[in-house]
Design a protein. Structure first.
Length: 112
C-alpha cells in the first residue's frame, strides 16, 4: 500500500486500486478485447478477478506494471500496445500522483 505524507495527515492508496485503474485504462483502448489472468482466464469485464491480469511493484513512489491483454485480430498490435501503455501511465499518474516508470504489455491472445 502506497503512502503519501501531507501537512494534515497521510493518504494510503491500495495496490488493488492502482490495479483497477490499470485494468480500466487498458479496456478503454480500441483493439483491446479482454484481460487475461495469470491462469489464462479471459476477462472482458472489470472485477476482482480481472485485476489478476496485472502484476505490479511500487518502489519509492514509482510504479512498474505488467498487464496481460487480448487484442482484436484486425488491430495493429504495436499501436494498441503503445496506446495501452500511455493510457495506463497517464491515468495512474493523474489519479494517484505516483510516477509510472514502466508499463509492460503482454499480448497473449488475438481474438477474431
Amino acid at each position: 500500500m502506497e503512502q503519501q505524507k501531507f501537512k494534515k495527515g497521510r493518504v494510503r492508496i491500495s495496490n488493488d486500486i492502482i490495479k483497477l485503474i490499470a485494468c480500466e485504462a487498458a479496456m478503454d483502448i480500441d483493439g483491446v478485447t479482454h484481460l487475461i489472468t495469470e491462469n489464462g482466464t479471459a476477462m472482458d469485464k472489470i472485477d476482482d478477478n480481472a485485476m489478476k491480469s496485472v502484476d505490479m511493484q511500487i518502489i519509492r513512489n514509482t510504479v512498474i506494471l505488467d498487464i496481460n491483454i487480448g487484442v482484436d485480430y484486425n488491430s495493429r498490435i504495436n499501436i494498441v500496445a503503445r496506446n495501452v501503455q500511455k493510457n495506463i501511465k497517464d491515468k495512474i499518474e493523474i489519479m494517484t500522483g505516483l510516477h509510472v516508470t514502466t508499463v509492460n504489455i503482454n499480448v497473449l491472445e488475438l481474438e477474431q
